[in-house]
Design a protein around this ligand. Sequence first.
Ligand SMILES: [Zn+2]
Length: 100
Amino acid sequence: MTYHEFHDQVYCEEMRRRKGLPNGSIQWKGTDVCIDLNCRCGADFHFDGDFLYFVQCPYCKEIFAVGTVVDLIPLTPEQLAFIQEDRPNLIKTPEKCPWD
Ligand SMILES: [Zn+2]
């Protein structure tokens, strides 16, 4: 298997499965992350550091690729009004994609 094939099978497939749902894909740049993780064995654990591309559960030892997909959570009108009043500077409007 080439890395290109691995990337398509693991990461691109995840994006294809979620097409049409509000979500995003993080382009990890080897940057610092603080993340709570849940393994399918039922264990919960935490990682705080750089370069988290693959993770091994400290309990069952299964190794996972760290996904890139994050959910975009729709807000109720009440929640939206609260954020617009309480934290307006945290609402970002990115540029439109140049390929659209
Ligand atoms: Zn586990």
